[in-house]
Write a new protein. Structure first.
Ligand code: NDP
Ligand code: BG6
Length: 468
């Protein structure tokens, strides 16, 4: 295997500490990285090497190695981590980092930074000479979401990025695509013949995507108050789920075959209408640090997506996403139609609809509500679940973290789970008019109590959409 230098910019931040370094460690401890791999952190915060390693260590766990060798692995990993501090536009700071890199090594630059800093950082990477290695080694850059605030700012960021990196070197990450159950959606749909003929408007009545967190913004006010819940999770993570549920079967698993199919359906999704939207904000949000006291930023949204193609026309995709709700969960519920007539309707009640539930987290699994006869002398029905809970079905198997899977793909040059620029454009087109309307009119979200189910009206409206 080649030599590899991984450079994390924004290394003092939450994402780097909580996700990126632990994922790199997980790959390292399984021997999935080159022998000569090194990890560099860069950010403005002044940290000593020990201070940096101490921060990284806090989040490392040995899920893939026996307990007794854990300490050894951690020590070996930390010995390869080095921190540089400086401004993101400081030529000296970037030259100092550049002088450490190995000319023969492949390079991954990970921009674990707020998107507004991307242009400055990519400019500094370019001017410091870090994009020149021996010519045989590859260079890749990973950029985080949200990529811009709307279509225009996303295009502008893209242009800046393309000044330094050609598209083939760019990996736009959406960590939901690395989650085990999200990767399983294509398997469920295309490896199981049983679903193929049923997967369309003729048999499916509606699809609900429910994304809930029971925490607030956790000190991320400076970021969140500028973005809000639609930009934070809907335009990216949850839209990707809709895409995986509705895309045609690709010709192969090659990156572009998959992404062409995703793009096709993204372009069929209509821009969201203001009537199809309810916004909420948890009570107390405006008192969070770095949040404007009169903030109208939504922490909750309930919206409906409509897809204008033959397969999905008239099937509402109801997305509910919120922070400060009653529990933490992320699931997709496919609700099948009840037949217009049914032999049982004459002799008993009509059977209820089947539902297929894809539970992304926590407790990954697939559940199918199937109508069964309640034992007894009368003909009565009840939906009961066929359960494929990952915990029991794959007991003893470690479920990788999304970032482990995606970072390994970056290193292997595998792009199917990364967002292509035309996909990103189509995703922004769906939301940009709505986001502009909300911003320009300062649409007031409905206030809901923290750790409840969000605004009442959201549920009422959801029922109306589904019953139409
Ligand atoms: P942080 O706010 O923690 O920012 C990361 C680092 O960037 C900070 O430690 C800081 O380092 C630097 N930074 C922050 N604000 C600025 C600024 N205005 N100008 C220059 N530098 C700044 O963000 P996260 O680590 O949480 O996230 C990084 C990126 O990843 C974001 O785009 C986020 O949306 C995305 N993301 C985060 C997830 C998470 O779980 N945290 C999950 C998915 C995506 P210093 O001051 O030392 O330079
Ligand atoms: C991030 C959002 O992209 O995803 C956060 O910025 C959110 O607000 C997080 O909390 C959720 O990720 P996960 O993997 O915990 O569901």
């Amino acid at each position: 295997m080649n030599k590899l230098d991984i450079i994390v910019l924004g290394a003092s931040g939450n994402l780097a500490g909580a996700k990126i370094f632990p994922a790199l460690f997980a790959l390292f401890s399984q021997g999935l990285l080159p022998d000569e791999v090194r990890f560099f952190g860069f950010a403005r915060s002044e940290l000593t090497q020990d201070g940096f390693r101490e921060r990284i260590m806090r989040n490392l766990t040995c899920r893939y190695t026996p307990e007794h060798s854990c300490g050894d692995f951690i020590e070996k990993f930390l010995a390869r981590c080095k921190y540089y501090s400086g401004d993101y536009n400081s030529p000296e700071a970037f030259r100092a980092l550049a002088s450490e890199l190995n000319a023969d090594a492949d390079r991954v630059f990970y921009l674990a930074l707020p998107p507004a800093v991307f242009p400055e950082v990519t400019g500094s990477i370019g001017s410091s000479g870090m994009l020149k290695n021996n010519g045989r080694a590859w260079i890749r850059v990973v950029v985080e979401k949200p990529f811009g605030r709307d279509r225009e700012s996303s295009d502008a960021l893209n242009r800046e990025l393309l000044k330094e990196f050609p598209e083939k070197q760019i990996y736009r990450i959406d960590h939901y695509l690395g989650k085990e159950m999200v990767q399983n959606i294509m398997v469920l749909r295309f490896a199981n013949q049983i679903f193929k003929p049923l997967w369309n408007a003729r048999y499916i009545r509606c699809v609900r995507i429910d994304w809930q967190e029971n925490i607030g913004i956790e000190g991320r006010g400076g970021y969140f108050d500028r973005y809000g819940i639609i930009r934070d999770v809907v335009q990216n993570h949850l839209l990707q789920l809709v895409t995986l549920i509705t895309m045609d079967e690709p010709e192969s698993l090659k990156a572009d075959a998959v992404r062409d199919c995703k793009l096709k359906v993204l372009r069929d999704i209509e821009t969201v209408r203001i009537d199809d939207l309810i916004l909420g904000q948890y009570s107390g949000y405006a008192r969070e640090p770095q949040v404007a006291p009169d903030s109208v930023t939504p922490t909750f949204v309930n919206l409906r997506l409509r897809i204008a193609n033959d397969e999905w026309r008239d099937v509402p995709f109801n997305i509910r996403a919120g922070k400060g709700l009653s529990c933490r969960k992320s699931e997709i519920r496919i609700v099948f139609r009840t037949p217009e007539s049914n032999i049982f309707c004459d002799v008993a009640e009509c059977p209820p609809a089947n539902e297929l539930i894809i539970r992304i987290q926590p407790d990954e699994g697939i559940h199918f509500n199937i109508v069964s006869k309640v034992p007894g002398l009368k003909m009565r029905f009840q939906p009961k679940e066929l359960d494929l809970s990952y915990k029991s079905a794959f007991a003893g198997t470690v479920i990788p973290e999304a970032y482990e899977s995606l970072l390994l793909d970056v290193i292997n040059g595998e792009k199917a789970l990364f967002i292509r620029s035309d996909e990103l454009e189509a995703a922004w087109d769906i939301f940009t008019p709505l986001l502009h309307y909300i911003d320009e009119n300062r649409i007031k979200p409905k206030i809901y109590e923290f750790r409840t189910d969000g605004p009442d009206e959201a549920y009422r409206k959801e029922c109306v959409w589904e019953n139409r």
